[in-house]
Design a protein around this ligand. Structure first.
Ligand code: HEM
Length: 164
């Protein structure tokens, strides 16, 4: 878990991510109905030069209660070639695997999908763009997706508070 070993020096630029984050987001796309979700994200490390990443989300009902489990994603965030670079690999239970390349500028991270691979039965997702940033100590992000014959455009945005 985070805190047990010192953070690897090559993760300095990603250090602000480490911890458990929880908050609310909105999901939309031209093909679906807009909905609100709750999300929990955990970035952790064991002293080696990568962060483990796990995200779970729940669609909320009108009263803000968890109505059903939604998207999950899990993977690793690695330092890239240059000191500011980051490489991210994510796996989804929907048969999709993504590889991202990105850059960290202070407390802002921009990721672009380099490779999106899909199983035979997965939906046709072809590209992602992710923007993460610290906003008043919260982790805020916006994620654009190109999928099901639609051009790259917003699918997700959320603001998460650090809870641990
Ligand atoms: C917090 C994360 C996410 C949440 C809460 C979320 C939520 C949703 C919801 C509610 C829908 C409407 C259909 C349904 O109920 O399944 C949907 C559709 C979809 N999502 Fe997400 N999603 C998330 C992340 C992702 C990610 C990471 C991907 C790709 C790897 C993705 C790809 C899609 C696709 C392809 C559709 C179907 C669009 C269509 O068929 O019209 N989503 N998402």
């Amino acid at each position: 878990m985070a805190g047990m070993s010192p953070l690897h020096e090559r993760l300095e630029h990603l250090s602000f991510l480490v911890g458990t984050w929880r908050g609310l987001g909105v999901v939309g796309y031209p093909t679906i109905e807009e909905q609100r979700y709750e999300q929990e994200v955990v970035f952790a490390h064991d002293g080696r030069p990568f962060l483990s990443y796990e995200s779970r989300a729940w669609i909320l009902d009108d009263d803000g209660n968890r109505a059903k489990p939604s998207a999950r994603e899990t993977g690793f965030w690695r330092p890239g070639k240059e000191p500011r670079d980051v490489e991210v690999m994510l796996a989804h239970p929907t048969g999709i695997v993504e590889v991202y390349v990105g850059e960290v500028v202070f407390h802002k991270i921009e990721l672009r999908s380099d490779v999106v691979a899909r199983t035979e039965t997965a939906k046709s997702v072809t590209a992602f763009h992710r923007l993460y940033g610290l906003v008043e100590g919260d982790l805020a992000y916006a994620i654009d997706m190109a999928a099901v014959d639609q051009p790259l455009q917003p699918h997700l945005s959320a603001r998460l508070r650090k809870v641990g």
